[in-house]
Design a protein around this ligand. Sequence first.
Ligand SMILES: Cc1cc2nc3c(=O)[nH]c(=O)nc-3n(C[C@H](O)[C@H](O)[C@H](O)COP(=O)(O)OP(=O)(O)OC[C@H]3O[C@@H](n4cnc5c(N)ncnc54)[C@H](O)[C@@H]3O)c2cc1C
Length: 257
Amino acid sequence: MAQGRGWEGAVLRLMRAKDFTLTVTGAEDVTPRFRRLHLTDGGLLAATAVHPTMWVRLWFDNAGKPHQRAFTLVDPDPAAGTFSLEFALHEGPAGDWARAARPGDTIEATVQGTGFEEPSPAPSHILAIGDPASLPAINSLLDALGTAPATVWFENAENAENTENAGNAESAEDAEGTAVGLPFRTDPARHEIRHVPRAELVERVRAELPALLAATPDPYVWIACDTRTTRTLSAYVRKELGVPRERTHALGYWRAS
Ligand SMILES: Cc1cc2nc3c(=O)[nH]c(=O)nc-3n(C[C@H](O)[C@H](O)[C@H](O)COP(=O)(O)OP(=O)(O)OC[C@H]3O[C@@H](n4cnc5c(N)ncnc54)[C@H](O)[C@@H]3O)c2cc1C
């Protein structure tokens, strides 16, 4: 199997990436556009240390060609050798595979590149910006960072592109509506979710982030949107607002086409 992965597979082999076969044991349609799969890990968790926001590279088939995409581990249980994966569904080989996945199906996974640096000092306020693809990582991050309050700008108008509502999802109410049923593990007592339509995200963060940064001594800014938005926001936070690199984390989670 690993031989069929082209140059990406060859580079990962040189980097001593670890390969595993995952097996689906169950599936849940959390919402019509968000599907959770339960899997056994093929020895993955025993072989690699587990950390918050941990992700794996999965190898999907794309018309006979290897198609590698990253997904975040949900509820990894090293003792049981199990975890779940949550898929924000849209058109694409990973989504197609997840929609069709049934118990007994297998998928190859490679562990390479994932990591987590615990911010020190501990954040006095977490400022996170993400979307359904990074919701599993946001849940994991907030869980790992303990009792700190958080403000999350959650971009959620991706459904608009494929539904009759296309062009209408331009209000926060619409964005909040498309988030109904998504598995937020946030604690309303200390985590505030601000639902933002895709087109307004950068503008809203620019308008609202500076005051929150100014009001807290040790902020931590975490950004995981599509690559272009992530680049724009991380440049804004680091260069314009002067937040030190070690108090920020920014990683593009998907490429808009
Ligand atoms: C570290 C990391 C962890 C990630 N964890 C998760 C996770 O736990 N769950 C999850 O759902 N995703 C996660 N992602 C994002 C996921 O890898 C991408 O969305 C990936 O592109 C999906 O592959 P695909 O084959 O379905 O679509 P692709 O073939 O990559 O793209 C097909 C089309 O879909 C569009 N598209 C791709 N992703 C999205 C999206 N999220 N929203 C809207 N349109 C999209 C593309 O622009 C393109 O037009 C993670 C990414 C990273 C980098």
